[in-house]
Design a protein around this ligand. Structure first.
Ligand SMILES: Cc1cc2nc3c(=O)[nH]c(=O)nc-3n(C[C@H](O)[C@H](O)[C@H](O)COP(=O)(O)O)c2cc1C
Length: 230
């Protein structure tokens, strides 16, 4: 019987003592901070990508709020960073999904990169807008054929009566588009323009190092750096 199938425990009870789960972190802090947060972000992303314990270094937790003010979080993949005066982080999804509807209503979001094996996290906040149809098409067509079919088959975030229905829809679209797959109208990218970027590096004795970059004005890539208590 697997851990998940142990029926002798009551709901909420686990075989591990959650309150005692902690680890001590390393010696090194953030060191000298560059003026441009994206210099540090890119080097941390490379470190995460090269670390064998980090699965999907470009996975990030996207948080949005719905019209009642309820926050929702889910993972998405970072698929590009455009640098320049207003650096943006890009991800792709279904424009009819819950997250896209929430962004349509409140176009501000937070992105969190949980690079735990490196004792690091990065949190980016900012405003979100759709990328151009050309950019979405270019990325869509760079994806494997099966993923392109998957985008057609999934009415993301809506109720699914059975997994077989999804399988059937996938088969239907795979027969309709055996080679070239057009970009679905309801699929594309979002770009988050960063307003703040916070870097967190774990250190021993909970003396973690934490620094937040805040954009000084919207039209320049100039940032104010604030150190924060951890
Ligand atoms: C590691 C990981 C990466 C994911 N990447 C994406 C992604 O890039 N785009 C996407 O739409 N969903 C992605 N998902 C699925 C989302 O987390 C989520 O379930 C889905 O987008 C529906 O979210 P929503 O109903 O809040 O809109 C990913 C899930 C995981 C675990």
């Amino acid at each position: 019987m697997s851990k998940n199938e142990d029926s002798s425990r009551s709901p909420g009870e686990t075989s591990i003592d959650i309150s005692n789960m902690r680890r001590s972190y390393g010696e090194n802090g953030l060191g000298e901070l560059p003026a441009d947060p994206f210099t540090l972000f890119q080097s941390w992303l490379v470190n995460a990508h090269e670390n064998p314990y980090v699965v999907e270094a470009n996975a990030m937790v996207l948080s949005t709020v719905d019209s009642s003010g309820q926050p929702w979080s889910r993972s998405v993949l970072l698929k590009g960073v455009s640098e320049g005066k207003s650096p943006t982080l890009h991800f792709y999804t279904n424009y009819d999904s819950a997250k896209a509807q929430q962004l349509g209503n409140e176009p501000r979001a937070s992105l969190l990169f949980p690079w735990y094996p490196l004792e690091r996290q990065v949190i980016v906040t900012g405003s979100v807008s759709k990328v151009s149809r050309e950019e979405s098409a270019a990325y869509f067509h760079s994806r494997p054929w099966a993923s392109q079919i998957g985008a057609w088959a999934s009415a993301q975030s809506t109720e699914l009566d059975s997994p077989d229905t999804l399988q059937e829809k996938w088969r239907e679209f795979s027969e309709r588009y055996p080679e070239e797959v057009p970009l679905p109208d309801q699929w594309g990218g979002f770009a988050l323009t960063a307003n703040t970027i916070e870097f967190w590096q774990g250190r021993y004795s909970r003396l973690h190092d934490r620094a937040r970059y805040s954009r000084i004005n919207n039209s320049s890539n100039e940032w104010e750096i604030t150190r924060l208590y951890p």
